[in-house]
Ligand binder design. Structure first.
Ligand code: 4FM
Length: 245
């Protein structure tokens, strides 16, 4: 996969992208990431990328010309079909499902903005607008890093053999079950005996029940999107009938 990131602050990506799985993915040739300075697509002496909003109001707006010229120029760098994505709080909410969709693309072009937002006419030149959550950040760079990380780990071969994205939270539609490792007892708290039993069928049942319990307690909104078995419904009914601890 090729990812091109259009940004006013390419140097922001040096740290996070020089370590961890992104470095390994690049070394394995599974992912190539290129950065483009939006200011390089201005033609005035001061490389202006923003201007005051028509209609008045505080703050500045990203001018359309530099961004659109950058998109068109970057698109020409590769024949691969690309998905052009604008990062903004007004976008559709990013999710593991969207990450999985994007991981199937051969090319992504991510646009990280600043100031109060993009000139609306930029939106005629993009395919998607994605938000990583309902909070306002200072720019689109961190959201771009979040999306690249979530997508890269889903590209086959990127995760090492010791890592897996299969059973994770949000990929089964539920929150993750509790994890334990050595020691068998930590400051008086033992590991649940079931996990030491070696009975993998029972362990799987326990884990599913714990995922349902945790999801029901912390993110009941997620349950609507999960295919629940008869056993799941029984578990949820029992959880709902249990007196509060
Ligand atoms: N939440 C979010 N999810 O994606 N992006 C955000 C976010 O706050 N971006 C800030 C921002 C600010 C200005 C411009 Cl022009 C674009 C994006």
């Amino acid at each position: 996969m090729r990812i091109d990131i259009l940004t006013l602050f390419p140097e922001m990506f040096a740290g996070p992208f020089s370590e961890s799985i992104l470095k390994r993915a690049a070394e394995k040739g599974l992912l190539e990431i290129h950065f483009h300075q939006i200011r390089d697509y201005t033609h005035d002496k001061h490389h202006v990328v923003d201007d005051t909003p028509y209609g008045g109001g505080a703050g500045m707006v990203m001018k359309p010309e530099p961004v659109v010229e950058a998109i068109e120029s970057v698109k020409r760098l590769s024949d691969a079909e690309s998905r052009t994505i604008l990062l903004s709080p007004s976008g559709k909410l990013f999710s593991q499902g969207i990450a999985a969709e994007l991981a199937l693309k051969s090319r992504l072009i991510l646009i990280a903005g600043h100031y109060e937002g993009f000139d609306e006419r930029v939106r005629s030149y993009i395919d998607d607008e994605i938000s990583i959550g309902d909070y306002v950040l200072s720019g689109g760079e961190l959201p771009a890093m979040v999306i690249v990380d979530a997508v890269a780990r889903l590209i086959p071969g990127v995760l090492g053999c010791g890592e897996s994205h299969v059973e994770e939270s949000h990929s089964q539609g539920l929150l993750e079950y509790p994890h334990y490792t050595r020691p068998p007892e930590f400051r008086g708290t033992p590991v649940p005996a079931i996990l030491l039993s070696g009975n993998h069928a029972e362990i799987a049942k326990w884990r599913r029940k714990e995922s349902l319990k945790r999801t029901s307690e912390r993110r009941p909104d997620m349950l609507a999107g999960v295919a629940l078995s008869k056993a799941d419904r029984k578990t949820l009914a029992e959880l709902n009938s249990e007196p509060e601890a």
